[in-house]
Design a binder for this molecule. Structure first.
Ligand code: F6P
Length: 323
């Protein structure tokens, strides 16, 4: 089976980017081990602290963040990093060529129930003019990303990654520690009858989303004329993995709970990398108003609405936004 390294070379990734990706993934393998040890290593449960988003940090959030931070700072390839678990950007090597943004452990509330979690990352070039502690260099639209992906810590540890030459799935072979290519050029089916949304927020959604989901729920009795199935992992990484593998749409729309927040999911290290992966697999990713990857970030922890998945179904959903 083909190894990650040779797929990256075939996709034309420059050597330094390949080395950076391998370094990042070495950190993910360490996280995968820690996650799998669970209660045996005393890593489950919460800390007493909150992150900048006001969310209680899980012990594994803090451990995963530290692992990635240490390995990236040490590598020399990175000028600065931004993380869900860091209030500000973290300066690394002033001569580093890349910027890395990551969510070290997405869906971390699932740690306590031994369910799906993962690491999401994206990499862009570091502008030469930037100081390593300057957050403005991170404010690049998703179209500037040179590599993005996630590692899903599930029954097997899987990597989904793109450098802009298709999205490939790899499985971690724990016998020798390498990611092996198990699904090259994955394609999201264009049509689907499956959707993912946290329906408990329904009363807070905007009218267009109320109407769209209402029509999905009406099934064969409604205007869509077919039944739809619903799934919700409560970890974006798990839901997007399902969408990549068998199609579907993943929705976290804007809602009225907090007028200061434009959605729940973070643009830099959740929405953008997932949008890149899904687009490279033939799907669509929108905020409802525009392509996610064209949104110009205004803050490293900016939140945006997310509608991602099978091309034809996202287009149908967007028709409700155009009404
Ligand atoms: O960090 C965001 C996140 O955990 C996503 O991974 C997930 O899709 C979503 O929040 C779950 O949200 P909720 O708590 O509304 O189910």
């Amino acid at each position: 089976m083909k190894r990650l390294n040779s797929q990256l070379q075939d996709d034309g990734a420059p050597l330094e980017l390949i080395l950076l990706i391998r370094t990042l993934l070495a950190g993910c393998k360490e996280i995968s081990f820690r996650v799998s040890q669970g209660a045996l290593a005393g890593v489950l449960g919460s800390t007493l602290s909150e992150n900048v988003q006001g969310e209680t940090q899980k012990k594994l959030d803090v451990i995963s963040n530290q692992i990635l931070k240490d390995i990236l700072i040490d590598s020399g390839y990175v000028k600065a990093l931004s993380s869900e678990e860091e209030d500000d950007v973290v300066p690394c090597n002033p001569d580093g060529k890349y910027l890395v943004s990551f969510d070290p452990l997405d869906g971390s509330s699932n740690t306590d129930i031994n369910s799906l979690i993962g690491t999401i990352f994206s990499i862009t070039h570091a502008p030469q003019w930037m100081d390593p502690d300057d957050p403005s260099a991170f404010l690049q639209p998703g179209t500037q990303i040179v590599a993005a992906g996630y590692v899903l810590y599930g029954p097997s540890a899987m990597l989904a990654m793109t450098t802009g030459k298709g999205t490939h799935l790899y499985t971690l072979d724990k016998t020798h520690g390498g990611f092996l290519l198990t699904k090259p050029n994955i394609q999201v089916p264009q049509d689907t009858n499956e959707y993912a949304i946290n329906a408990s927020n329904q009363r807070h959604w905007e009218e267009n989303m109320q109407e769209y989901v209402g029509d999905l729920l009406a099934g064969t009795d409604g205007p869509r004329g077919k039944d739809f199935n619903m799934r919700w992992v409560a970890a974006m990484v798990g839901d997007i993995h399902r969408v990549l593998c068998r199609g579907g749409v993943f929705l976290y729309p804007k809602d009225a709970r907090d007028p200061d927040k434009d959605g729940k999911l973070r643009l830099l290290y959740e929405a953008n990398p997932m949008a890149f992966l899904i687009e490279q697999a033939g799907g669509l990713a929108s905020t409802g108003k525009k392509r996610i990857m064209e949104v110009m970030p205004t803050d490293i922890h900016q939140r945006i609405p997310v509608l991602i998945g099978s091309k034809n179904e996202i287009e149908t959903c967007l028709e409700y936004y155009q009404k």
